[in-house]
Design a binder for this molecule. Structure first.
Ligand code: UDP
Length: 323
């Protein structure tokens, strides 16, 4: 099989490319190398079956060419990270909505199977925990820029499901929960690479709010298992799936665990949300995936717990391979 991976130079995308190549597939990456990094896939260039095409998913002609050459499409290209979303809302909305529309139109033309990566942000401020795929989205005011990301991703989901509904285009939607692991950069705000870097540098660990907010972190390799399994399953199209890990931890507990695992003497610094983020941001208190649907379909079970994830990230930072 030859797969198109949009956003293939990103953190998740690069792990997916490695996995697809290891399985004996060909991979074409379409990426504009903006939030992704060439370094993530530098070791893949030159390998038989791998090709990088530098360009944007906003360019319909280019998207169409790439889709035509491939048998199926993993659409991962997206604006990412709280900072970018709040600071560059036009780029965020345009790249998410236009990019997915372009991918779906080309896939519709050539009848290609498509997997679209969405996000747990789509659940918004819902308090119906754990989040089930058929639960409500609870989105805040349009004057709060953060919600543009959730709404744009929800629109991608509507569009993908609409193609399935009208013409049975095989579209699978996956909602990624907090995904972490080697190669993730802290540059866009993600908490684990930030805390690990701070701990190893002896800098204060910046806990936002009171640290009682909680998240469930999934190892990127477990997430890739789920993504690949869904792409290959005949009953997945036309459906939405959560992917992640359901082990919950508070951010304060996370900070303490990282301090213990690194042996760092860093202080924990409490920073109010109003100082941590620009206006236009609201933090989510808890976010837990209900994994019943993917478990039932694939027998999916995340294999790596939080300690294993932290160990991988700490080892990578210590080896000096991350930024
Ligand atoms: N966070 C924090 N300190 C940081 C970065 C993030 O306390 O230096 C918190 C953030 O407020 C949030 C959680 O960690 O509650 C996860 O943040 P991240 O941006 O990684 O993911 P998301 O908010 O999208 O779940």
């Amino acid at each position: 099989m030859k797969y198109l991976v949009t956003g293939g130079s990103g953190f998740v995308g690069s792990h997916l490319c490695e996995r697809l190549l290891a399985d004996g597939n060909q991979v074409l990456v379409l990426d504009n190398l903006s939030t992704g990094r060439y370094g993530n896939i530098a070791n893949l260039e030159g390998r038989p079956g791998f090709e990088l095409r530098v360009g944007s998913v906003n360019d319909y002609q280019l998207v169409e060419e790439c889709v035509r050459e491939c048998n199926a499409v993993f659409h991962l290209a997206s604006a990412v990270g709280v900072r970018l979303i709040v600071d560059q809302p036009v780029l965020t909305i345009e790249s998410i909505v236009n990019g997915t529309d372009n991918v779906l139109r080309a896939c519709s033309r050539y009848r290609r199977r498509t997997l679209i990566t969405s996000t747990s942000e789509v659940y918004g401020k819902s308090d119906q925990l754990p989040f089930r795929e058929d639960g409500d989205s609870v989105i805040g005011a349009t004057t709060t820029r953060r919600w543009a990301y959730a709404c744009a991703k929800a629109l991608d989901e509507f569009l993908g499901l609409a193609h399935w509904h009208e013409t049975r285009l095989p579209v699978v939607i996956v909602r990624l929960f907090n995904t972490v692991g080697p190669r993730q950069t802290g540059q866009y705000g993600m908490v684990i690479p930030r805390f690990v870097r701070q701990a190893l540098a002896g800098e204060p660990i910046t806990v936002y709010g009171d640290g009682s907010q909680a998240r469930c972190f999934g190892h990127v390799k477990d997430v890739i298992e789920g993504i690949v399994g869904l792409m290959n399953h005949t009953d997945a199209p036309g459906k939405v799936f959560n992917i992640g890990n359901d082990e919950e931890t508070t951010i304060m507990e996370l900070a303490k665990r990282i301090l213990a695992m690194t042996g760092s003497k860093s202080e924990i610094e409490i920073i109010p949300f109003s100082q941590a983020y620009p206006a236009g941001f609201e933090d989510m208190h808890r976010r837990i995936p209900d994994l019943t649907k993917i478990r039932n379909l694939l027998g999916y079970e995340p294999k790596r717990n939080l300690d294993a994830i932290l160990k991988d990230v700490i080892d990578e930072f210590r080896a000096g391979q991350s930024i």
